[in-house]
Design a protein around this ligand. Sequence first.
Ligand code: 2BA
Length: 105
Amino acid sequence: MKLVFAIVSGDDSPAVSKALAKAGFFATKLASTGSFLSAGNTTFLTCVENHRVEDVIDVIRSKSHKRTRVVPPGMAFGVETGIPVEVEVGGATIFVTDVERFEKV
Ligand code: 2BA
């Protein structure tokens, strides 16, 4: 089994949620915050059989979009900036880890 963590923009979260359920995946949504932008995003946890990892990622990819966000003047990338800085955010940031044991009791 694998655990897929997917950090998704708050704007894409409802569509990802719906698409995962439609494709038959069980998922848990955690409200999360990106440390750089301090903006709300959603972290999906989905535990699946190894052979279904690519299917989960495909579903998430299909509903996650790239966006640009403007970081106001101040600190960006660890340095002081006098002007706003534009960054590209998303689609989704995904981590896949092994699950040693999975049980529902
Ligand atoms: P944030 O930390 O708010 O980052 C938003 C966007 O700002 C990032 O988009 C990236 O374009 C830029 N950014 C953040 N930190 C940066 C840095 N140290 N240097 C240069 N640019 C930086 P994404 O890469 O699409 O990330 C979207 C969100 O996914 C992040 O929100 C964070 O919540 C999560 N994330 C991304 N990479 C991660 C990682 N390696 N570990 C844990 N969480 C991560």
